[in-house]
Design a protein around this ligand. Structure first.
Ligand code: DQA
Length: 149
């Protein structure tokens, strides 16, 4: 089976973007970390990033179909700034009935007030916040712990 790791806007800039906040590792480094973790558990990884809300919504819908077909376990999702704005992503996760672990590299609760609210958290099975890029691996472990048989 597969785990989808989905990344939202500006995460393609990881490593160059605000390194004090997000560290020096790139998204390609994160993909390697996730793939290594997946292999340990006998899983594959479907690693994606988009700057476009609609593409992320389509990916969640696709995840719902793959789960129904028994080909996907769930999604580890860093929605970037759409976390704080997107009712459409909230509806997509609910509508497609996809188990999502929400991941934020930075501790959003220690930052600006506009980052304290998440539209994703009410439909997430779990949340990893402020653990740096290791949060993706922790998110995968949480998904496996909750859902793998
Ligand atoms: C982020 C936190 C968001 O507030 C921000 O807009 C991001 C990255 C994180 O991983 O810490 O783009 O999701």
């Amino acid at each position: 089976s597969t785990i989808m790791v989905l990344n939202g806007p500006n995460l393609n800039l990881l490593g160059q973007r605000e390194p004090d906040q997000y560290g020096h590792e790139t998204l390609a480094d994160v993909e390697v970390m996730c793939r290594e973790e997946a292999v340990k558990h006998g899983y594959e990884i479907d690693f994606r990033q988009s700057n476009h809300e609609g593409v992320l919504i389509d990916a969640i819908h696709e995840a719902g179909q793959l789960i129904k077909a028994g080909k996907l376990l769930g999604v580890v999702f860093n929605p970037g700034a759409y976390t704080h704005t997107s009712i459409a992503l909230h509806d997509a996760i609910k509508g497609a009935d996809v188990p999502v672990v929400e991941v934020h590299i930075s501790n959003v609760h220690a930052r600006e007030a506009f980052r304290h609210h998440s539209y994703i958290s009410p439909c997430a099975i779990g949340i990893v916040v402020g653990m740096g890029v290791q949060g993706y691996v922790l998110g995968m472990q949480g998904l496996l712990h909750k859902l793998a048989k």
